[in-house]
Design a protein around this ligand. Sequence first.
Ligand code: ATP
Length: 514
Amino acid sequence: MATQEETFKKLVSHCKEYGFVFPSSEIYDGLGAVYDYGQNGVELKNNIKQYWWNAMTRLHDNIVGLDAAIFMHPTTWKASGHVDAFNDPLIDNRDSKKRYRADVLIEDQLAKYDEKIQKEIDKAKKRFGESFDEQMFRQTNPRVKEHIDRREALHARYAKAMNDNNLDELKQIILDEEIVCPISGTRNWTDVRQFNLMFQTEMGSTADGAMTIYLRPETAQGIFVNFLNVQKTGRMKIPFGIAQIGKAFRNEIVARQFVFRMREFEQMEMQFFVRPGEELKWFEHWKQFRLRWHKALGLGDEKYRFHDHDKLAHYANAATDIEFLMPFGFKEVEGIHSRTNFDLSQHAKYSGKKIEYFDPEINQSYTPFVIETSIGVDRMFLSVLCSAYKEETLENGEQRVVLSLPPVLAPVKACIMPLVKKDGLPEKAHEVEELLRYEMNIQYDEKDSIGKRYRRQDAIGTPFCITIDHDTLNDNCVTLRYRDTMQQDRVEISKLHDIIAKAVDMRHLLQNLK
Ligand code: ATP
């Protein structure tokens, strides 16, 4: 059995081989933590975005869209706190010269304790079988208790250091826990210091005084600065939301795990404006709705969990992550934050404009509170691929790699294949293509044996293959082959559209969310 790390490596090369993800500017040896989406990747990504967009805007009468520019007036980032506080605590190992995020090193250490605890539990489960009481075991087994106590102590100390922004204490924790550099194996650490994650550039020519501007590190601020524009022109009544999909940029230091942590990535964010005092009710509402959105894809309910934040950002009064079980553990895919009225108040203060809402129901003006749902398209893409990637041995001993993607997200919905390149079969196949192409992304393939063509489609996750053979010319029936079961049915051409549309149409997914 391949380890999870090996499987992940295979997935990364699969993504490249089959046109999902390429390293950016690869002919120049790539650019760290920047990736390009290939012909299949872009389709999958677009489908994810469409699912999100439709679920957020079409299913909610009170949520509208926005597409704000990436460049924003620099004062935006002063007001939002990003110029002064969007920092990561960094530490260098003097021997390997490698740079790490101090918080990530400590979180990895916490995960190690969790692994140790889990190992003991799994061992005991095997030994005691049916009668095993995990709760009791956790409380009474001395070895497990010791691990739990050490974990809890570390956790408390770490949370406090992060909350107090105490860089010396972060370093001390790394020393006390005897954390070593994974490359050099030594504990020869520098002090911890802060590093701002925003990319800067210049706007205008330097001769007449260029302005330093930032590439946005989140899309949310484009929504906040447009709050009044949208509320007034859309005659929006609170509660209402504004949704946006767009690129964001962060000069990440620990850039690893493929598209999980990129320097240029894409976010899908929704800011929901509510009456002060009602934010926690809405926070709970959006937590549940967003989890349902994820689970509806059928990747496996057990792969999701909430992770509440220990360190609340200075503006937040509640925050949680939706984590997904990646091959490298449970990882954040989406954040849901109750951001109070911090952002709108700050923009009011820095711009000198009044940013308020008059609520006719209570006859009062106020600065609305905000619940934010923020999901990374690329992390979502990765979670879908990780759960879809499968290596199978078939009955005849052959191997196949199949992406069991949810059909609604699959880049290609169906591939149409004439059995041979002659006898009028290609012409018939093109007729079938015409029937489907206006509604879904399909492919036509006449090269190589049918078996090879099936394998190619399995590898990109195409849910249906349609084969046109000599009989088709007489009976107007084709062979419809299903990706996951590899079952083949003889189907009338006139019925094809309905069968495929039923599986790939987003309508059913959305109806289930309502
Ligand atoms: P992390 O703790 O992993 O750095 P974060 O908590 O800073 O993430 P948020 O600021 O809450 O992330 O951003 C919202 C979402 O944007 C995240 O849940 C994630 O899906 C996505 N995201 C953030 N940073 C990146 C990145 N560097 N690459 C890809 N996606 C990202």
